[in-house]
Design a protein around this ligand. Structure first.
Ligand code: NAP
Length: 515
């Protein structure tokens, strides 16, 4: 009998043995930097001329790995392989498919620090952020395995005399999985394993900035014995192979997590019927956010300031759930702002290979330039209170930045910056704060810091986000505990890590037999 799902604990790096184990993992990864990784189609490793060089954002000179890049011919081969493999994989019972996930989770747990060390190097995650990313990946596999077990059992239906009726959740077919770079392990693993445990086959196109961690995960799937062709590893540029995969008539569904613009493009392309296509494609799309923390007049102000700083600057604000808008009641605005500025100025930024830096770099040059542009826009839209400048120039470092007195409709209050920038906006009263919080096209996460029960109840119904938190940060959703997904332009609200998620990867078939 399976033990009940429990979240993987986070590592306490204050314990000397854990610190030492992590340093050893970093040394192991350091010794493996710069290696080459191949495409994997139907279990066959394929090298291509065109390569992606994955760079350590903390240290631009360091090559993390060199990864072969697919072209459209290889994308075609991957789709065809996935389609052929689907014929056998769909017949494997759900509980047997779940066992591959439990096995893969056990292997990842044994290699936990090593994977987290790769996240430090490839994504610029601090030790704690990397550890949480790996823990979440383990959680997704443990959780989705159990969900598949449940879906494979006989579903309760009302009985009528003389008939035997059964409802089965059957897989869809070939899925194209397109994850982002910001949770390059957790989200990539969650999306991929949800698809495969539901009986689908997968073409996995990792984000181009973090392909090595995905290649490492392919090793785990192979070690766990997942049959060849169930997951086909197809690194390549989103622009070059992305459209091709999405438009392919054999693609049955697309599972995408990334920006609003790419999500909308995929939505449009997926909706168009192609010759030879026998279905309407399904799209599971989780997109951007512009997340707010509301601080009420009676709030615990220290909690409010700590919550804003943690939610805004953890992993340099590169979380879809990160706080980028602090909406503060006018009675406490100055106090909260000055405490946030004080806490922000104390944050340390540098190469996260050392555990004494709070946060590291942003992911790449494109992100770096975009965030710096937004900081310039911010200087015209608000008052710069902290940061607003580059960090050390050996990596893509940007100092945590706070702008005050920003109007609700300003660009830095409306557009996703995806970096360490938070804008403060003053609210006349709680209703005004809610109105401002709901004034973007996104609807992913939000927090309310308040002691006022009536206000919390009002926010419960009126604050229109997929994940709403009271008196805590708006980041850090736990698998199973906080199913995750957003409204409006934040996507299809798939609620990853929740009890309904696998339904998105299946279709239900009813069989009715007269007895
Ligand atoms: P992105 O630029 O949209 O890229 C996401 C993925 O889409 C990457 O694998 C990318 O490949 C691929 N892609 C790009 N163009 C494509 C195309 N034309 N067709 C198919 N695929 C294409 O987003 P990102 O910068 O990686 O991630 C940050 C964004 O993700 C933010 O907006 C953040 O809010 C969002 N996010 C949302 C959630 C959520 O749960 N709602 C979670 C995490 C992140 P390349 O890397 O090769 O371009």
């Amino acid at each position: 009998m399976l033990i009940e799902f429990k979240n993987e604990p986070f590592t306490n790096f204050r314990l000397p043995e854990n610190k030492q184990a992590f340093e050893e993992a970093l040394a192991k990864v350091e010794s493996e930097l710069g290696r080459e990784y191949d495409l994997i189609i139907g279990g066959e490793r394929i090298k291509t001329e065109k390569k992606i060089r994955s760079i350590n954002p903390s240290n631009k000179q360091q090559v993390v790995g060199i990864v072969s890049q697919a072209d459209q011919a290889l994308a075609e081969r991957a789709i065809q392989t996935a389609a052929q493999t689907f014929e056998s994989w769909k017949a494997v019972p759900g509980d047997a498919r779940a066992r591959y996930l439990y096995k893969a989770a056990a292997i990842l747990r044994r290699r936990k620090h090593e994977f987290s060390a790769w996240l430090v190097k490839e994504a610029g995650k601090s030790w704690a952020e990397a550890d949480a990313d790996t823990a979440e990946a383990i959680d997704f596999m443990e959780y989705y395995g159990r969900q598949m077990d449940k879906l494979s059992q006989r579903q309760p239906l009302p009985r009528i005399p003389g008939e035997d009726n059964e409802l089965y959740y059957i897989p869809l077919g070939v899925g194209v999985v397109i994850p982002p770079w910001n949770f390059p392990l957790a989200i990539m693993v969650g999306m991929t394993t949800a698809a495969l445990v539901s009986g689908n086959t997968v073409v996995l196109k990792p984000a181009s900035t973090t392909p090595v961690i995905a290649a490492k995960f392919m090793e785990i799937l192979e070690d766990a014995g997942v049959p060849k062709g169930v997951v086909n590893f197809l690194p390549g540029s989103g622009g070059e192979v992305g459209d091709f995969l999405v438009e392919h008539p054999l693609t049955r569904f697309i599972s995408f997590t990334g920006s609003r613009d790419v999500g909308l493009r995929i939505n449009e392309l997926a909706a168009k019927h192609r010759p030879g296509q026998k279905w309407m494609k399904r799209l599971i799309a989780e997109m951007g956010g512009k997340d707010s923390i509301i601080v009420d007049s009676d709030a615990d102000l220290e909690l409010a300031a700590q919550t804003i700083v943690t939610s805004a600057f953890g992993f340099s604000g590169q979380k879809c759930s990160a706080c980028s808008r602090a909406i503060v009641h006018q009675d406490v605005y100055d106090q909260v702002l000055s405490r946030v500025v004080e806490l922000t100025k104390a944050l340390t930024v540098g190469d996260v290979v050392r555990n004494d830096f709070y946060t590291g770099p942003v992911i790449d040059e494109k992100a770096y330039n975009k965030i710096l542009e937004y900081i310039e826009i911010g200087k015209t839209e608000g008052k710069l209170m902290a940061g607003g400048e580059k960090g050390p120039d050996n990596g893509y470092y940007i100092m945590p930045t706070v702008f005050a007195d920003v109007a609700p409709d300003a660009r830095i209050m409306q557009e996703e910056i995806f970096g360490p920038v938070v804008a403060f906006c003053e609210a006349k009263d709680f209703d005004h704060a809610l109105e401002i919080a709901n004034n973007t096209e996104y609807g992913l996460t939000g927090s309310v810091i308040s002691r006022n029960r009536a206000h919390l109840e009002k926010a419960r119904t009126e604050f229109h986000v997929g994940n709403l938190y009271f008196n805590r940060k708006c980041t850090g959703a736990l698998v199973g505990v906080h199913p995750f997904g957003g409204f409006n332009m934040s996507g299809t609200d798939s609620k990853a890590g929740g009890p309904d998620y696998l339904l998105l990867f299946t279709q239900a078939k009813l069989v009715s037999e007269v007895l």
